[in-house]
Design a protein around this ligand. Structure first.
Ligand code: HEC
Length: 154
C-alpha cells in the first residue's frame, strides 16, 4: 500500500473512532461515573441486610406470581403475591423501622399493599392480563422508591 493511501485510511479510521461515544473517556483514562442524586438513608449493617433480603423476597414474589399466572395456577399466584403483602411488612422489626424515614415507610407500605391487591386479583379475576397489570402497578412503586433513595452504612 502506498504511504499516502495508508495515511488517508488511518485518518479516516481515527475520525470514526473519535466520534464514537466513550472515546473521550478512553483517551482521558477515566470513565465518568454517573452522579447519584438519590437521597441517602443512613442505616446500620443489620438494617441494610434485613431490608435487602426483603427486597429480594419481593423480586421472587413477582417472578413466582408471573410464572403461576402464566400457568393459570391462581392459588399459587395468589400465595406468591401474598408473601410480599402487608403481613410481611408488618413483621418488620421495630429496630429496622426506626432507622427508616417516615416517607420511605409510606412508600414501602404502598408496595406491600399492591401485592395484596395482586393476590386478590389472581383469585377473583383469573386472567393473566389483569395479574400482569397489577404487578406493573406494584412495580411502579419499586421504581419510584429506587429512584429516590439509597442506603449508606452508618
Ligand atoms: C420504600 C422504598 C423501596 C421500595 C418500595 C422498593 N425498594 Fe427495592 N430497594 C430499596 C433500596 C433503598 C435499596 C438499596 C439501594 C442501595 O443499596 O442503594 C433496594 C434494593 C433492592 C434490591 C437489591 C437487593 C440486594 O440484595 O442488593 C432489589 C432486588 C430490590 N430492591 C427489589 C425491589 C422490588 C422488586 C420492589 C418492588 C416490588 C422494590 N425493591 C421496592 C428501596 C425500595
Amino acid at each position: 500500500m502506498k504511504p499516502a493511501l495508508y495515511r488517508f485510511l488511518l485518518t479516516c479510521w481515527l475520525i470514526v473512532w473519535l466520534s464514537m461515544p466513550g472515546a473521550a473517556q478512553t483517551i482521558g483514562g477515566t470513565a465518568q461515573m454517573s452522579k447519584d442524586d438519590r437521597q441517602p438513608i443512613l442505616v446500620s449493617e443489620a438494617t441494610r441486610l434485613s431490608v435487602l433480603s426483603e427486597m429480594r423476597g419481593m423480586l421472587e414474589s413477582i417472578q413466582a406470581t408471573l410464572e403461576a399466572s402464566g400457568q393459570k395456577n391462581w392459588q399459587a399466584a395468589a400465595t406468591a403475591a401474598e408473601k410480599s403483602g402487608l403481613n410481611a411488612f408488618q413483621k418488620m422489626q421495630a429496630t429496622v423501622a426506626k432507622e427508616l424515614p417516615e416517607a420511605y415507610l409510606t412508600i414501602a407500605g404502598q408496595a406491600h399493599a399492591a401485592f395484596d391487591k395482586v393476590s386478590k386479583t389472581a383469585l377473583d379475576d383469573g386472567r393473566p392480563i389483569t395479574v400482569s397489570a397489577g404487578l406493573a402497578e406494584a412495580m411502579k412503586i419499586c421504581v419510584t422508591c429506587h429512584q429516590t433513595y439509597r442506603f449508606v452504612l452508618r
